[in-house]
Design a protein around this ligand. Structure first.
Ligand SMILES: Cc1ncc(COP(=O)(O)O)c(C=O)c1O
Length: 387
């Protein structure tokens, strides 16, 4: 990671540098300033220098009227899809958005009228909330431990299908489990969607944060055989990888014309124009951010390994499986014998962790290790002490 040693021989590199975030109006630190936060999914790192430069250039222009995607952004997105996702996507199949969560909500609104949506839990909380925006029903199925790690309970999914089921929401890579589903799993899921005539909405926001792309390559819904493409909505964004979530930019790829029209029409007048700066940040991320990304993933892999090692050695009542992607660790705290582990860590250690109950699984906590290693270790020490 381009690390240097300081005078005492300690390693330090750009991701080791601690940046004060308190008082910058960020959710993570300023919502509960009295707590030490390892919750919401953004990182404590400055974004890539190439992105900061692009933003400075755009800010220096000084005029921030309504924006549209400029040619450079469109090219960068299409090149990204070709080079990183292995698909040739014509521009008209892309729907630009100010965030990915609104897209989940739009998909349910567009395709679930009077019907139901299915997803597997534990999962990023909006997956179990967006059905409320349009009065749809939600059916959840628990993920189960399989030979591949946390996987799908195919039998339970089949049993839960009802005639009014319309949409399946997939999170791949999976937040919070950190799984990168295999081609076999994704194709089986597509087949499930085809047999029950479901729209497959695939949230792939974490797909550039995979620790070993050779061992666990990302299989996008866009990589599925052609026959499935008429039911696919793939949702992507540079926001997690380059730590620009607060700027708000994401995009949907909807290969089928009719599906895309219905998805876009569901927006009505509910979504604001997209932030003029976000387009330039996204362009710079996709065009110039690859070497920074590779260094970041390397650093995060080191954090993941140190975290798993710490929990195994020092926290006998906790369990964690090494995730294959994301900077989020899903920790089984049921062995602690307390009703609400997140609350316990808050009260005993002043920590702000994500409560598994919001993901559908009480008794678990999610720990965000997208931070300097030294800071992560301090948080883990607090956890060990509070056990
Ligand atoms: C799986 C997943 N989807 C979507 C989001 C948020 O996307 P956005 O900020 O673009 O709405 C997150 C943020 O943590 C996430 O983990």
């Amino acid at each position: 990671m381009g690390a240097n040693s300081d005078k005492r021989g300690r390693m330090s590199g750009k991701f080791d540098h601690r940046i004060e975030r308190k008082g910058t109006g960020c959710i993570k630190y300023d919502r509960r300033p009295e707590l030490d936060p390892f919750w919401v999914a953004d990182m404590d790192f400055a974004s890539a220098p190439e992105i900061l430069e692009a933003l400075h250039r755009r800010v220096d222009h000084g005029v921030f009227g309504y924006a549209q995607p400029h040619a450079g952004l469109n090219e960068a997105v299409i090149d990204y899809l070709r080079v990183r996702r292995g698909v040739e996507i014509p521009l008209e199949q892309i729907v630009h958005l100010g965030g990915l969560v609104p897209a989940l909500s739009l998909a349910v609104k567009a395709f679930c009228k009077g019907g139901a949506v299915m997803t597997c839990t534990p999962v990023y909380p909006p997956f179990v909330g967006v059905h409320q925006d349009s009065g749809a029903r939600l059916d959840t199925i628990d993920h189960v431990m399989t030979d591949l790690g946390w996987g799908f309970d195919w039998d339970a999914m089949e049993r839960a299908v009802t005639p009014d089921l319309r949409v399946f929401l997939l999170c791949n890579p999976q937040n919070p489990l950190g799984r990168v589903f295999t081609r076999g799993e994704i194709e089986r899921l597509a087949d499930f969607c085809e047999r029950h005539d479901l729209v497959l909405v695939s949230d792939e926001i974490h797909c550039d944060l995979i620790f070993d792309e050779k061992a666990t390559p990302h299989v996008s819904a866009l990589n599925l055989p052609e026959k499935f493409q008429s039911r696919v909505i793939a949702l992507l964004s540079p926001s997690k990888t380059w730590n620009i979530a607060g700027l708000g930019y994401a995009f949907a790829v909807v290969p089928d014309d009719s599906l895309r029209r219905r998805f876009s029409a569901a927006r009505g007048h509910t979504l604001a124009e997209i932030n003029a700066l976000s387009y330039y940040a996204a362009e710079a991320a996709y065009r110039h951010g690859e070497s920074w990304r590779v260094e970041l993933v390397d650093y995060l892999r080191g954090n993941r390994d140190a975290l798993v090692d710490f929990i195994e050695r020092r926290c006998p009542t906790l369990k964690v499986a090494a995730g294959e992607a994301t900077y989020l660790a899903w920790i089984d705290a049921r062995g602690m014998g307390v009703e609400n582990p997140a609350k316990h860590f808050e009260e005993k250690a002043g920590l702000f962790l994500s409560d598994g109950a919001f993901f559908g699984w009480p008794g678990f906590v999610r720990f965000n290790f997208g931070c300097p290693r030294e800071r992560m270790m301090e948080g883990l020490e607090k956890i060990a002490k509070a056990l």
